[in-house]
Ligand binder design. Structure first.
Ligand code: NDP
Length: 277
């Protein structure tokens, strides 16, 4: 009899993670004899936990806060995880514990889905924020040929560190430069936590943005952020953070269970309902 396959999401805390909802939906949809669970693991216990994934019955795992950098150190990362400097997906390849960062694919696949042809039109992008998710976004944008990426961040030194990491396509900038940067922007990306439920609002005046520009927000709670609402009111093409969350899950499922799942309207509705609770 084939052995039941299991994967999990490891975090500290981990109760907020929507990954079980996504992966268990796909497990059911594909009729697999598999499980996906939450594992709340403290930083001190993390290394031992992932070194013994197999004996705990797991073929792989998603990694969330605060373990993404440790996961990179403790595994064999692919080029993507190494470039981003964080791993969010682990899988066992024989005895090897390998890792990748699926936020990159999640970001670009979501844009491909919601704004077809975006990359061909995006000569210049503005990325708000220079934290962990900005690294995945910038790597994704460079991979899709975006030539100039203006990174606007409150702490300019973090944006400067991204130029050192990713090279001359990255142009660090202060918030004060935003209106002039928006005026020549083809794609605006919010990677800050501003606008998220419980966080301060993101105050950006979209007036200078050319009407052909696309707008995307990584924040998915609320689902429609004030940035996306303002962009829609001006008829910009938009992509929301929930789409990225769903698309980033695809690769992990494929690596663990051998089936490439699809992001369906039904799955999206399931998550929307859960986020609305
Ligand atoms: P980080 O903590 O690594 O970075 C936060 C960023 O927000 C930094 O650039 C920080 O600026 C900026 N910021 C925070 N507060 C303020 C403020 N008051 N004023 C100005 N700037 C501020 O977070 P992540 O990059 O990991 O995540 C950011 C958001 O993206 C979160 O809401 C997260 O949920 C979402 N996300 C969504 C994903 C998806 O799949 N949709 C995937 C990953 C993240 P500074 O450097 O100056 O502190």
């Amino acid at each position: 009899m084939p052995q039941l396959k299991a994967a999990c999401v490891i975090g500290w805390p981990v109760g907020h993670s929507r990954s079980p909802l996504i992966h268990n939906y796909w497990i059911k949809q594909h009729g697999l004899d598999a499980r996906y669970r939450r594992e709340e693991i403290a930083p001190a216990a993390f290394a031992d936990f992932i070194r013994n994934l197999s004996s705990r019955g797991y073929v792989g795992a998603n990694i969330t806060i605060p373990h993404k950098e440790a996961a990179l150190e403790l595994s064999e990362p692919d080029d993507c995880a190494r470039a981003v400097g964080a791993a969010n997906t682990l899988w066992l390849d024989g005895l090897r514990l390998r890792s990748t960062n699926t936020d990159v694919e999640g970001f670009t696949a979501n844009l491909d889905d919601a704004v077809p042809g975006w990359a061909g039109r995006a000569g210049e992008a503005v990325v708000l924020g220079a934290g962990g998710s900005a690294r995945a976004v910038i790597y994704g944008l460079i991979g899709r040929g975006v030539g100039r990426i203006n990174v606007v961040n409150r702490s300019i030194e973090r944006a400067e560190a991204l130029r050192r990491r990713f090279g001359a396509a990255v142009h660090p900038a202060e918030w004060a430069a935003l209106p002039s940067l928006l005026a020549r922007c083809d794609l605006l990306v919010n990677t800050t936590s501003l606008g998220m439920t419980g966080q301060p609002p993101l105050a950006v005046d979209l007036a200078p943005l050319p009407l052909g520009a696309a707008v995307t927000d990584l924040v998915y709670a609320p689902l429609k952020t004030s940035l996306l609402a303002a962009a829609e009111a001006r008829r910009h093409a938009v992509a929301d953070g929930l789409g990225m969350l769903l698309h980033q899950a695809v690769r992990g499922f494929e690596l663990w269970f051998g089936v490439r799942p699809r992001v369906t309207a039904e799955l999206r509705t399931l998550l929307e309902t859960d986020l609305g609770k």
